[in-house]
Design a protein around this ligand. Sequence first.
Ligand SMILES: Cc1cc2nc3c(=O)[nH]c(=O)nc-3n(C[C@H](O)[C@H](O)[C@H](O)COP(=O)(O)OP(=O)(O)OC[C@H]3O[C@@H](n4cnc5c(N)ncnc54)[C@H](O)[C@@H]3O)c2cc1C
Length: 452
Amino acid sequence: MNEPSASQPLVIIGNGIAGITCARHVRKRSPRPVVVISAETDHFFSRTALMYIYMGHMKYEHTKPYEDWFWVKNNITLVRKYVVRIDTEKRELHFDDETRMMYGDLVLATGSKSNFFGWPGQDLKGVQGLYSYPDLQRMEADTQGISRAVVVGGGLIGVEMVEMLHSRGIHVTFLVRESEFWRNVLPAEEAALISRHLREHGIDLRLNTELKELLPDAQGRVRAVVTSQGEEIACQFAGITVGVSPNTEMARQSGIACERGILVNEFFETEVPHVYAIGDCAQYRTPPPGRRAIEPLWYTGRFHGETLALTLTGKRTAYQPGPWFNSAKFFDIEYQTYGDVKANAAENEKAFYWEHAGGKMSFRAVFDAASQKLIGINVFGIRLRHEMFDQWLREGRTVSHAIEHLADANFDPEFYRTFEHEIARAFHTQTGITITPRPKSLLRIFKRPQYS
Ligand SMILES: Cc1cc2nc3c(=O)[nH]c(=O)nc-3n(C[C@H](O)[C@H](O)[C@H](O)COP(=O)(O)OP(=O)(O)OC[C@H]3O[C@@H](n4cnc5c(N)ncnc54)[C@H](O)[C@@H]3O)c2cc1C
């Protein structure tokens, strides 16, 4: 296989956060031709904002971070087509309209797809997952005028779907396999806090409950779900949100090595020369320290895209993501997690947990029992500063340091009530260690938050 010349296009399949970030960063560093292909939409949009379109807070146009002229101006060619196969020998893509395109380097940024586990009735009208813009359009059409819905699967997309339906006055039954909402990820206290919160919003939360089948009406539309307990729950819409899987089919059929995701090394290289994979579809052969092999997350896709762009423009760079971070929202309660907070603490770990009397805010610090070094933080209802925890985790700071300097990590506006003293008192009660929280340092007061 010949080496590609600088004039041969870099072709990226997928116009999500990973593919588009890669395209933009390559363009910043190089004039080489860049083509981005997607079958889903003409332009990049924020997948995480899909719920706000349904809830009427935004229009689709508002979810596009760049104006449509941006791509022409930056000489990034957008192609709206579906790739059915890659001929990796000839470095050629085959489209479903039987046309072809040559590439110099190829980036697979094909994202995820919703899981369906073969339930009877899963193909009925009114039964769907939520991943793509067409999914949102289908949900919009199929929930017009309905009064009852069931959402199956208690993860982050599930709770968003519940909130979306609830915002339209639709009664929602939420089937969750675990003993509390997201108990497979959250420690017991936080899982209980969110479960309670969902119920307070009027959600019919069914714990320890799984889907068995979906029943049709005479028109072939869902009329009820049957649970693992044999209960029949009437509904006119069923959201299936039992996780996502890397979208690998086309790569797999083209002979590119995959396990659950498309296998890559720390440079995002697949086994095939000049073919890379990033974002949700990629699976590290050896995950970076403290990270998972597959990370279907917005931030991860962005970092992947930025890092790969360096390699593609002559600065071969390994991916070094640093401590894990994620955030979400459960109705009106914000959640942030830093480092490694397990659903059940490991033997070498200790945890400090504070919950506000109102039951809507909490703070957990997990630390090494011997060294007291921070391992992870969970916070609900209080906004903390990502960069601060990232720094403390990288520097190996102790839990006491974090409690003492918590004001520096506070991201809530100045006039919000703060809880550093209350948290320090709870820390004393639980650990016997007395800490006097320091006021926010002047540097933090004057440093404006950085949004990106
Ligand atoms: C409702 C929802 C809420 C979310 N909320 C959060 C959140 O709060 N925080 C967070 O971190 N993450 C969140 N996520 C996850 C996050 O959106 C994804 O991790 C991220 O968008 C994945 O980006 P990506 O670039 O890897 O792939 P994608 O955005 O999936 O883009 C892949 C694109 O490739 C296209 N494609 C695939 N195969 C082909 C082909 N053969 N030919 C042509 N085009 C193809 C697809 O159609 C798609 O447009 C959420 C996801 C959803 C669905």
